[in-house]
Design a protein around this ligand. Structure first.
Ligand SMILES: [Zn+2]
Length: 266
């Protein structure tokens, strides 16, 4: 039994705190990546009065609550979405820590995956695109670190092979869906960004991860589509971004792999 498991609450609490900080950085990326701006500089400023946001005004979730959802300088209201992303990240990374239970690469890759999937989801909702730097960034990172990725198998050789096959399965299945959608429905059912994201998911989690991601994304997507349709918030022809559903499916597979392994029976 290692130190982390002897203090599970401390371990998960640390995960939540780290998740909140990651969520704060996710907000920066969500705003700046699609606009082609640097994610490092300049420091965060209020978009209305350009007042600098100092560190104690930038504590995830807490600062939002203390400042009452307003800029400390000009009192302009700040979207609650920033706090929601931070809170979600705190919870999701807390779950990643709880599930990983002291594993080294598992936690590092899990937090990275959660971060990338969150940024992709919100950008896809906002802009209906998935930037290459995120989807291909996930793909190349997963491929390069695959020998160290214990998720993919027992030995280095198994892992590299599983990563390559998973990437091919993700890319191939998504490309077929995209091409099929274009020919049958004569419109873009699945975007190029989704294809690259699935290649990345496959490289990180192998073929079974691709299977779970498709399966859950289809269910989540259908449920949300039906709910929006029943409230007449959407026309049948309207485009619903698929990225957030793929992200949710992929994340679930990362956190509960044994559960889905039993399903797929291999
Ligand atoms: Zn301001």
């Amino acid at each position: 039994m290692n130190e982390a498991m002897r203090f599970p609450l401390l371990w998960v609490g640390f995960g939540c705190a780290l998740g909140g900080i990651a969520g704060s950085f996710a907000n920066v990326c969500i705003y700046r990546v699609p606009r082609g701006k640097s994610i490092v500089l300049p420091r965060s400023r209020c978009p209305w009065c350009h007042g600098a946001i100092v560190w104690y005004q930038n504590i995830p979730v807490i600062s939002y609550l203390v400042l009452g959802g307003k800029c400390a300088h000009c009192q302009h209201p700040i979207s609650v979405r920033y706090a929601v992303v931070e809170l979600l990240m705190a919870g999701l990374v807390g779950v990643v820590f709880a599930r990983a239970g002291g594993g080294g690469s598992g936690v590092v890759l899990g937090v990275t995956l959660t971060f990338v999937l969150m940024v992709i989801s919100v950008i896809d909702l906002d802009w209906k695109i998935i930037p290459d730097v995120l989807s291909l960034g996930l793909f190349w990172t997963a491929l390069v670190v695959s020998p160290l990725n214990s998720f993919l198998g027992p030995s280095g050789y198994d892992r590299v092979l599983s990563s390559g096959l998973g990437a091919a399965a993700g890319f191939g299945s998504a490309w077929l869906m995209a091409e099929g959608g274009r020919r049958v429905f004569r419109r873009e059912a699945l975007g190029g960004g989704d294809v690259k994201l699935l290649a990345g998911v496959g490289a990180l989690m192998g073929g079974r991860g691709v299977l779970t991601t498709w399966f859950l994304a289809s269910i989540f997507g259908t449920l949300v589509f039906a709910a929006l349709k029943s409230r007449r918030k959407m026309n049948w022809g309207a485009y619903l971004p698929f990225g957030p559903f793929l992200a949710a499916g992929a994340w679930a597979h990362w956190v509960w792999p044994a559960f889905f392994f039993r399903w797929w029976g291999f």
